[in-house]
Design a protein around this ligand. Structure first.
Ligand code: NAP
Length: 249
């Protein structure tokens, strides 16, 4: 029997894990797709393609041209445009689809969290929470904070940001995972008053929340955009693999 052809929309650790799991099974042929934003991406196992599809219509055409049987949307919880395209293209083509999305973080005793739906909301909240800010919201988020001249920002990201940027900005180029000790040291050495992060979920980058709890540093948490409705979902790579196996026998 021919292998089931899976398009895996990636850019996350979970996508890489699932690519590895699928690559080990002869009954699946996986093509991982990355946006091409990171200069030196860590490539997953199996076939890889890089770059956008030109919207939902472009993706629908790509699915037909490449005889894809199933799409796994394992993009980051904040990659809302790609998820919307995937939902529309799979609906239009009738290709099976599952969303692999890790759960958001849970507030624990001792956490001081301020939730907001947008980066602009986070920038507004900062006015009352402290002057020295650690930003882990990604380099492309920096524009939302560009007007805050009274604050000092430390932006931790994989690649350098582009203008507009805030007047007082330090950039720390790094890539997770991080330990609680590393996060303690970062918060202390930069005398951070407040952390701004997206509710990415997962264990790769959650140490900063533990460190903030332990040091009494408040956190501004940008909430996730909604997941497109009506699609099957899985919270782990293993669960997504099970879904594919059940769907394709
Ligand atoms: P986005 O706003 O949802 O996507 C913008 C456009 O980038 C999409 O419309 C699509 O272009 C292209 N694209 C996004 N993901 C793609 C993929 N996996 N394969 C091919 N094209 C893709 O996404 P984003 O927030 O810019 O994120 C880009 C990538 O970085 C995603 O793969 C995501 O998993 C990863 N990532 C994002 C974040 C975050 O905080 N947003 C964090 C870590 C990793 P076309 O319309 O031309 O198809």
């Amino acid at each position: 029997m021919a292998a089931v052809r899976v398009l895996l929309l990636g850019g996350t650790g979970e996508a890489k894990q699932l690519a590895h799991l699928l690559d080990e099974h002869d009954s699946f042929h996986v093509v991982s797709s990355m946006a091409g934003r990171v200069r030196d991406p860590q490539l997953p196992a199996g076939e890889v393609r890089i770059g956008g599809f030109h919207g939902a219509e472009g993706l629908a055409g790509w699915l037909r041209d490449n005889a894809i049987d199933a799409v796994v949307d394992a993009t980051h919880p904040f990659a809302a445009k790609m998820s919307a395209s995937a939902a529309q293209a799979t609906r239009e083509t009738g290709v099976a689809a599952v969303v692999l999305r890790r759960p958001g973080w849970r507030q624990r005793r001792g956490d001081v969290w301020h939730r907001t739906p947008t980066l602009d909301g986070a920038a507004q909240l900062l006015r009352g929470l402290g002057r020295r800010v650690l930003l882990t919201t990604g380099r492309r988020s920096i524009g939302a904070f560009a007007g805050l001249d009274a604050h000092h920002f430390v932006l931790r990201c994989v690649d350098p940001p582009e203008p507009p940027v805030p007047a007082h900005l330090e950039v720390v180029l790094d890539r997770g995972p991080y330990t609680v000790e590393q996060e303690h040291s970062l918060l202390r050495s930069h005398r951070v008053d407040v952390l701004v992060t997206k509710d990415s979920g997962g264990s790769m980058t959650s140490a900063k929340l533990t460190a903030c709890r332990e040091l009494g540093v408040p956190v501004v948490l940008v909430q996730r955009p909604p997941v497109p409705s009506g699609l099957a979902s899985a919270e782990t790579p293993e669960a997504a693999l099970e879904w594919l196996r059940a769907r394709f026998g």
